[in-house]
Design a protein around this ligand. Structure first.
Ligand code: F6R
Length: 242
């Protein structure tokens, strides 16, 4: 794992956006894996700026989001599709047909998970996967005890995650209890994983993920097995690394 520490959160998200921009310019039909959440807000803000001011072109780029809540429709403000629409998709020139999220409303969720895996495969796999990290060590919604081989499937959210996502959903009781998420094994197949973590509240889990034992108790620790993983941190999030 390559660890890059910037002094501020702003510098960290700008670096990540530049990495994405460089990859899209080098390969216009890049397959980009996307994440939602507070950490990613700044990354998308900066990518939107690069699109507007520097003509960064997403017209051939293909995207796959990590996860989506179960039972929440795309126009529900809690859905990740809605979140992505607001923070990124509607501000850039991605083709709607090139944008993919799991369908959390699918009648047959098991079939939907297989279909999503197949779509990723048909696109040639993910070139660059953006990742955040949950305070209990999840990537995507791969909560502690997720198998390191896991594929796209339905997961129950842990109480820590429900609490973490309560603000974005308008209260703990409004957080959906289940999500469809790429598995740890799915994520590890991306050719390049870029994990971003900001702030003191992530410092402990970052240290466990990057320096601790590889364990399904901290699914993000599986990234240590990845041949090309970059972790971008601000100073606060890096403060417990040895
Ligand atoms: C969301 C996702 C999650 C978040 C993580 C960090 O698509 O994959 O793993 O990246 O929960 O969330 P924030 O950035 O809100 O702290």
């Amino acid at each position: 794992v390559e660890v890059i520490v910037l002094s501020t959160a702003e510098e960290a998200v700008r670096l990540v956006a530049r990495v994405v921009a460089r990859s899209v310019r080098a390969r216009p039909d890049l397959v980009l894996g996307l994440a939602t959440g507070r950490t990613m807000e700044g990354v998308y803000r900066e990518l939107v700026r690069l699109h507007r001011e520097e003509g960064l072109d997403f017209s051939r780029c293909r995207t796959f989001n990590l996860d989506e809540y179960v039972g929440v429709s795309s126009d529900d403000p809690r859905s990740f599709r809605h979140w992505m629409q607001e923070h990124f998709f509607r501000h850039v020139n991605l083709q709607p047909a090139n944008v993919h999220l799991p369908d959390g409303m699918a009648a047959d969720l098991e079939a939907e998970c297989l279909r999503y895996e197949e779509q990723i495969r048909a696109a040639g796999g993910v070139d660059l996967q953006l990742l955040g990290i949950g305070r209990a060590g999840h990537i995507g919604f791969n909560e502690p005890l997720s198998s390191l081989q896991s594929r796209t499937r339905v997961k129950m959210l842990t109480p820590v995650t429900i609490r973490q996502n309560a603000a974005a959903c308008g209260g703990e009781d409004r957080v959906p209890r289940r999500a469809v998420t790429m598995g740890v094994g799915t994520i590890l197949e991306a050719r390049w994983c870029v994990l971003v973590a900001l702030g003191l509240e992530k410092a402990e889990v970052v240290a466990r993920a990057v320096e601790g034992p590889i364990t399904s108790m901290v699914p993000a620790s599986a990234l240590q097995l990845h041949p090309r993983c970059t972790v971008v941190l601000d100073e606060a999030a890096a403060s417990l690394l040895s």
